[in-house]
Design a protein around this ligand. Sequence first.
Ligand SMILES: Nc1nc2c(ncn2[C@@H]2O[C@H](COP(=O)(O)OP(=O)(O)OP(=O)(O)O)[C@@H](O)[C@H]2O)c(=O)[nH]1
Ligand SMILES: [Mg+2]
Length: 332
Amino acid sequence: MTAATEADAMVRPERDLVARVRAGESIACARMMTWAERGDARFAAVYGEFESELGRARRIGITGPPGAGKSTLVERLATHWRAQERTIGIVAVDPSSPFSGGALLGDRVRMSSLALDKGVFIRSMATRGVFGGLARATDDLADVLDLYDRDDILLETVGVGQSEVDVARSTDLTLVVLHPGGGDTIQAMKAGLMEVADVYVVNKADMPGLEQLVHQLTDTLDVRDVPLDERPPILTTVASSGEGVAELAERIDALDAERRASGKRDARRAANLRLRVRRIVEGRLQHDIWQESGLARTLDERVADGRTLSAYGLADEILNAYRERRNLEGPA
Ligand SMILES: Nc1nc2c(ncn2[C@@H]2O[C@H](COP(=O)(O)OP(=O)(O)OP(=O)(O)O)[C@@H](O)[C@H]2O)c(=O)[nH]1
Ligand SMILES: [Mg+2]
């Protein structure tokens, strides 16, 4: 066997997996997602096989404070688009309340139309232990779902921290879901959520405090001086009964169509790609410095040897050692 065919034989099972995902095999899709989640090198190795096929799916983020009704809304939206024969992929990041259709959630499963529908693929992901950051992982999972030929990819994250907000940014369009009575607007503002919203959804419109919340939201946009034509629309829903969901879905369809036509969607995708590449580069550099080059151990040893050390001096020492190693090895 020549070196080339040997290398080929080594990646062949991975290539097969790509073909199986492309052919719509759900087990293969789940397996590839596991690679993506763990930062398995096999994922990056096969990426070139399918990257030119990506970009077809709509990527929609659903974020907001805990308990706002995000999962309920995602289920309703999925059902709405399924009725139009669109295929759906759902990624729920760290869900405390499961989807009723979440077959992966074991005993918490309740039977629902989504659970039995092959046109809906649901993946839950815990935030803990995700390699290389949450946004890195969700971007990759969305790519797998795109290869799996989903029309719509819905990414649910709780909008509480920077990494969740990053996820909400790497989409074509993001819904920020709020609900009355929780002092939500202020919380959401603190979390940086207001800036990522393309559409505000005031859910639980059946609960008291609806008008106040809508006013608060409008005031916030006034204060931030957002020009009228750039303001995200505010829509109200009762996700638990489905009220307002069709209107929301149609608004999303219209907004997406408009942005495709105007080139805004492509501009946003370019901006997202830029951030994504930065994340990948930074993640790799970090791994390279601390793990590959063994400098994590050097640092531990230098700190443990008990002498008083300067933080900046030690940082310079580490960086110099890294550069020296790199120079000896030649370009990466
Ligand atoms: N009254 C009312 N309850 C709702 C509505 N939408 C959802 N709920 C209920 O609110 C609770 C939380 O809903 P979820 O969909 O799990 O909320 P979530 O935002 O996904 O929650 P986390 O993922 O835990 O942050 C559930 O008991 C829902 O049944 C609504 O429009 N009105
Ligand atoms: Mg949820």
